[in-house]
Design a protein around this ligand. Sequence first.
Ligand code: GAR
Length: 200
Amino acid sequence: MAPRIVVLISGNGSNLQAIIDAINSKTLEGQIVLVVSNKKSAFGLTRATQAGLPTLTFPLKQYKDLGKTRIEYDLDLAKKIKEYNPNLIILAGWMHILSEEFLKCFDDIIINLHPALPNQFDGTNSIERAYEAFKKGDITKTGVMVHKVIPDVDKGEPLLIEEVPILETDSLDDLETRIHNVEHRLIVQGAKKILDELNR
Ligand code: GAR
């Protein structure tokens, strides 16, 4: 049976699309059994629906409004995801930090995509921050990595790292496009790599 994949998103979902396309073209062996978004407005949800995939919108706000904790949110989310019995969970632009309590529910089967090199520009707006650092002369290149998820944000053992050059003539848009093009390839390779490891 094809490995069961759950993809977590927060926005555009271009990396979700890359995974859907790779599965459809049989570049990646797997089936997406659920797409979760913490944002109702995420375009990735439209992509998922268009691809006929089950979706779950799971915003934090309703928990906050009820005075519930972040850990309660994480544990309920973990419970919902567990119902789908995933072999792999991919954070593809998921912009929430997942607590240790969430991670403990899954046994080393979570990977994250991050648009920077290890230990550089962790967290949000990484591409913009790399671009500004380049303009200041602090860096000459940036990159993309796919890594295993641990409680520290955007840390964890890298599975794949690829450097991405920044050119003097680049606008921020140019750099974003170059990085996203690398991401769309690397997220598929990263998924394959961890599925191979898990199969061993
Ligand atoms: C991607 O660039 C991904 O690397 C980044 O969010 C974007 C999502 O794009 N993730 C992070 O910054 C995680 N810290 P997408 O919604 O088009 O796939």
